[in-house]
Design a protein. Structure first.
Ligand code: PLP
Length: 225
């Protein structure tokens, strides 16, 4: 077993005062590692690859809440729609439409996060502020069409850098944007409230800057080869 239970207990203790939740990122790790962390009490697991998630889902406990956190192609939504509970990296209206359509087929509601581009790297996926406003405007205008999704909030990945002040500034900008967009597009309901920020190397900063959901892999399961 290669699950770091002391690290798990430490993270859970750090999350508690922030009332934030843990997505245990289990990509490329065996089902036995997921089972070990499940046995320690963890229920939310995050995966990045559709095929891998399809393989793991049926052989692990049914009450696991699966979050898809990777880049998702529209043509693959159908494979995870029957069981996935949250999709973190939605980056287009078209993908949102496809998730809604597939969720409807299974009489489900799938919670989604819009991925926001906050890092300075060009390669990271995500929407910029004007694209976000456009997607949210369309979603509001066609509310009757989107009965099978909820936009729970936003997800972001900071620049991969040692400069923690830069990371903090990027998280802070996303928090400010979330506050604004919530007030504009979803005042008084439960949507646009979640902020999925923070990974093994930067989750303590993310919590200080308003994270409601951290996505932690290597700290719990060891480095990925
Ligand atoms: C792999 C991954 C994580 C976890 O990263 P660690 O540094 O191992 O904690 C979090 N979020 C996303 C989107 C990932 O792909």
């Amino acid at each position: 077993m290669s699950v770091n239970l002391p690290a798990y207990n430490k993270v859970m203790a750090e999350l508690a005062p922030h009332k934030a939740s843990l997505v245990a990122v289990s990509k490329v790790k065996p089902a036995s590692d997921i089972q070990a962390l499940y046995d320690a009490g963890q229920r939310i697991f995050g995966e990045n690859y559709v095929q891998e998630l399809q393989e793991k889902h049926p052989i692990l406990p049914a009450d696991i809440e699966w979050h898809f956190i990777g880049h998702l192609q529209s043509n693959k939504v159908k494979y995870i729609a029957p069981f996935v509970s949250m999709i973190h990296a939605v980056d287009s209206l078209r993908l949102l439409e496809e998730i809604d359509k597939q969720a409807a087929k299974h009489h489900r509601i799938i919670r989604c996060l819009l991925q926001v581009h906050i890092a300075e790297e060009e390669t990271k996926f995500g929407l910029d502020e004007s694209e976000l406003r456009e997607v949210l405007t369309q979603w509001k205008a066609q509310a009757d069409k989107f009965q099978h999704i909820r936009i729970a909030g936003f997800m972001g990945m900071a620049t991969n850098t040692e400069n923690m002040e830069q990371v903090r500034a990027e998280f802070r900008r996303l928090k400010a944007l979330q506050t604004q967009l919530k007030a504009t597009f979803a005042p008084g309901d439960e949507q646009l409230t979640e902020l999925s920020i923070g990974m093994s190397g930067d989750y303590t900063i993310a919590l200080e800057e308003g994270s409601t959901m951290v996505r932690i892999g290597s700290m719990l399961f060891g480095a990925r080869s």
